[in-house]
Design a protein around this ligand. Structure first.
Ligand code: SF4
Ligand code: SF4
Length: 297
């Protein structure tokens, strides 16, 4: 038993590199024993672009509400360098948004992530709409940095043939996640009054166990909701509060265990989530930017 546990504790890098990123996230969410995570690392995702070219209704990252905004590679390098001081390996790194391919310097993020984490699986998560417009240099960089391209599917047309041709030519791994079915969306309704029980919300949450741990402005958030709520607040003139207890400041902690401990526990922002009323198989459509896309109708 002990040897099995120690194997799982540090899932080998090769395995993490070649398995589908979606399955990898699922595994990460599952490897919990008696409420304690037993891996020695944690995943991280980063918005390099806040806005999106698809603007799905009820986007969990609130990207359809965000204005045009790009992450500076220097800010990313500062934070990723600090994470490297705290841990020699991350479970995986996801570069996303919004739509990350809208960033004019998207490959800079690949170079930086690979520089500090030479063995960590790195992926870009994209809706794929701009993939066929990428220059040769993009594909060459993906190959050089061993970047997996993870395409989140939606009920929109993609030139899969052309994408396959480029990936084959440049030996870049492509994986498709999600579904092209119309009812592919999941909705966790927000409670604007913040009167939910945070522990119960966290326990019943489909994304609380590491599916979207987010690095943003030197802080680690457990989920995309807490990390990006400012776009919702601004657009709808709300005040779903983020306090100092809702994230870890990576410049204040002294080791990675403090981060892992934080990720295992509920935090105050969870009181805004009606996770017991999570709705799966919701219809996909372009956002009308109406608040009902995020709250109960
Ligand atoms: S493609 Fe993804 S990031 Fe863009 S709006 Fe849709 S769900 Fe949000
Ligand atoms: S804030 Fe808490 S309950 Fe809400 S989505 Fe994030 S982890 Fe889940």
């Amino acid at each position: 038993m002990k040897s099995v546990l120690s194997f799982v504790k540090d899932i080998p890098v090769l395995f993490r590199t070649y398995i589908s990123p979606q399955i990898l996230s699922d595994i990460y969410q599952l490897i919990v024993v008696k409420g304690k995570r037993i891996t020695k690392s944690f995943p991280v995702e980063v918005h390099v672009t806040e806005h999106c070219n698809l603007n799905c209704g009820g986007c969990n990252h609130f990207s359809c509400l965000a204005e045009e905004e790009y992450l500076e590679p220097q800010q990313f390098e500062k934070d990723i360098k600090r994470l490297r001081e705290l841990t020699k390996d991350l479970f995986n790194i996801k570069i996303l948004g919004g739509e990350p391919l809208l960033h004019p310097r998207v490959t800079d993020f690949f170079d930086i992530a690979r520089k500090y984490f030479p063995y960590t699986p790195i992926q870009i998560t994209t809706n794929g709409l701009l993939l066929t417009k990428q220059p040769e240099d993009f594909w060459i960089n993906c190959r050089k940095n061993k970047i997996t391209i993870s395409i989140s599917q939606y009920p929109v047309k993609l030139d899969r043939k052309d994408i396959k041709k480029s990936s084959k030519k440049h030996k870049v791994k492509i994986v498709y996640t999600g579904s092209t079915a119309k009812n592919r969306m999941c909705k966790i309704p927000l409670d604007l009054s913040g009167s939910q029980d945070m522990k119960k919300s966290f326990q019943k949450c489909a994304i609380s166990w590491g599916c979207c741990v987010t690095l943003r402005d030197g802080r680690i958030y457990t989920c995309c909701f807490a990390a990006h709520i400012k776009f919702f607040n601004k657009y709808f003139n709300q005040n779903l509060a983020i306090t100092d207890n809702d994230y870890v400041d990576i410049y204040r902690v002294t080791n990675k265990d403090e981060i892992i401990n934080f990720l295992e526990k509920p935090f105050p922002f969870c009181r805004y989530c009606k996770t017991s009323q999570t709705k799966f198989a919701q219809s996909w459509s372009i956002s009308k930017k109406e608040i009902t896309e995020w709250i109960d109708r």
